[in-house]
Design a protein around this ligand. Structure first.
Ligand code: DAT
Ligand code: MG
Length: 168
């Protein structure tokens, strides 16, 4: 298996429960390289794009509330890109099954996840499930200059009337 990149998101419950360090320690067991990392306040639009494949599911509205942080009063997630041999499967293995009740108890989701009374799986982390999903998600969450590697082809662009915040 060649090198792969995969997107990990530590979801709002992970940050709210101060699990960031534990999760990063668990993921370091993979010996994969972190090539991008940031704290993100997830907009409605980003949430919808991220979970577009689930928009017809009964739990979708709750899922959007969850990832945007409205469920936990916590407007942060941590987004990371892990890179290396067999990255997708290695990260999924440590994350555990989608349903926290079915997840291996020593996996992140098995140890820290739960099922809400609404039925939503509150499962602490997101991990890309295949190479095409990983590419789509990484391009959705990260700009090329936020990644310490040339993962995918880029093009140069100059923006007219481009406004951005700088330090005063
Ligand atoms: P995964 O996150 O393991 O890739 P997914 O992409 O199918 O799983 O679903 C995204 C998230 O939606 C998942 O992490 C938790 C929630 N979810 C999925 N299936 C669910 C279900 N049957 N009931 C409640 N929540 C669910
Ligand atoms: Mg998925």
């Amino acid at each position: 298996m060649t090198n792969q990149a995969t997107l990990v998101i530590i979801k709002p419950d992970g940050l709210k429960k101060s699990l960031t360090g534990n999760i990063l320690s668990r993921l370091s067991e993979t010996k994969l390289k972190i090539i991008g990392a940031k704290i993100v306040s997830v907009s409605e639009k980003l949430a919808q794009q991220h979970y577009r494949h689930l928009k017809d599911k009964p739990f979708y509205p709750e899922l959007i509330k969850y990832i945007t942080g409205r469920l936990h009063g916590e407007n942060r997630v941590m987004a990371l890109i892990y890179y290396g041999k067999d990255a997708i499967a290695k990260v999924r293995q440590i994350s555990g099954a989608t349903n926290p009740e079915e997840a291996d108890p020593v996996s992140v989701r098995g140890a820290y996840g739960r099922i809400l009374t609404t039925g939503l799986y509150e499962n602490v982390v997101h991990a890309s499930s295949d190479p095409s999903e990983a590419e789509r998600e990484i391009k959705l969450w990260f700009n090329p200059d936020e990644i310490v590697s040339d993962l995918y082809p880029v093009k140069q662009t100059s923006l007219k009337n481009y406004r951005k915040k700088v330090w005063k």
